[in-house]
Design a protein. Structure first.
Length: 321
């Protein structure tokens, strides 16, 4: 990867408790799981790992609690080779946690409790200014809104690329959306910011048109991920639709993060939005084929190989959401 491929992720870090079930319980119902795991998670941390494994030099600005979960999270990032020098401990707060349920269909539900992530305030952004303005900046909707807004204005002021994955949807300012390059959203998040088609059976081509209509109106450039269908992108330079390869989805958790971290890494490397989109779709499709989040992320060579053949391995059915 080019030496200039530097990504700073200012983002959430959670510990994920995941139960694997045949199908989701109904309200009031108690069911048995057929598997359980505790692992590193959080959209910020996942995206940092995704960018790292495809070769970017990554910095992760994050917060963990003074608890055992915080020890576990930092030790896991150390093991994976992601620098942890910008992760501080909040001794009075618990590490962020996500309770995840994954059904045999590969779909998931996620409940996030912010914990120490909520200590990632605008003041932290100001304190980390020098680190932040030195690279492409990537963040997500799990941080406090004021922090995302501050980050966007700092990136704009410094002239560095700002990539915003608005997951989950958060009421950030119009100015923040306007400087996102790209704004990365799934179809639900897209609708939350006024990018959407009401057609229940909207195709990739429909979404390509919809994304194009949001360029300049909502954000500088726009990427919409469409699960098993693939993803679209639009900027002032053009519009692109990339169909996802047909694969067997085991667990879609964190596949959107694999997509976004990979997209950011290749944009930071100087690749075009079109090429980065194609590679990111391959990374997401690889990630859904194994359980977990960061443990399912494929390294650079495998991602590039999958992107080159327009597929991500054996036959089956899904990609990133
Ligand atoms: O995108 C998946 C992630 O969402 C999980 O790792 C969980 O921690 C939540 O942040």
């Amino acid at each position: 990867m080019a030496a200039s491929a530097r990504v700073v992720v200012v983002g959430s870090l959670n510990v994920d408790s995941t139960s694997y079930v045949a199908s989701f319980p109904a309200p009031g119902e108690t069911i048995r799981s057929h598997g359980f795991r505790v692992a590193l998670g959080g959209k910020g941390s996942n995206q940092a790992v995704a960018a790292h494994v495809v070769g970017a030099a990554v910095e992760l600005v994050a917060r963990v609690g003074g608890d055992a979960a915080g020890d576990f999270a930092v030790a896991t990032l150390d093991r994976l080779g992601v620098p942890t020098g910008a992760i501080a401990r909040e001794t009075d707060a618990p590490t962020g946690v996500a309770q995840i349920t994954v059904a045999d269909s590969g779909e998931n539900t996620i409940i996030v409790t912010g914990g120490a992530n909520l200590a990632l305030t605008p003041a932290v952004v100001d304190a980390e200014r020098d680190r932040i303005v030195a690279a492409l900046v990537l963040t997500q909707g799990e941080l406090p809104v004021a922090t995302i807004d501050r980050l966007a204005s700092l990136a704009a002021e410094a002239g560095v690329r700002f990539v915003l994955n608005l997951a989950p949807p958060a009421p950030v300012s119009a100015e923040t959306l306007a400087v996102a390059d790209p704004l990365v959203v799934n179809e639900h998040e897209a609708r939350a910011v006024g990018i959407g088609t009401d057609a229940p059976d909207a195709t990739l081509e429909d979404w390509r048109t919809t994304a194009a209509s949001a360029v300049g109106r909502v954000a500088r450039s726009v990427v919409v991920t469409l699960g098993a269908a693939g993803a679209v992108a639009a900027s002032v330079d053009g519009t692109w639709a990339i169909a996802a390869p047909s694969v067997s989805a085991v667990d879609t958790t964190g596949a959107g993060d694999a997509f976004t971290g990979t997209l950011a890494a290749f944009l930071a490397e100087g690749r075009s939005l079109e090429e980065s989109l194609r590679i990111a779709v391959a990374a997401g499709a690889l990630a859904v084929q194994a359980r977990g989040t960061v443990d399912s992320y494929a390294p650079r060579a495998a991602v590039l190989e999958a992107a080159a053949r327009g597929g991500a391995s054996p036959a089956g059915g899904a990609a990133p959401a």
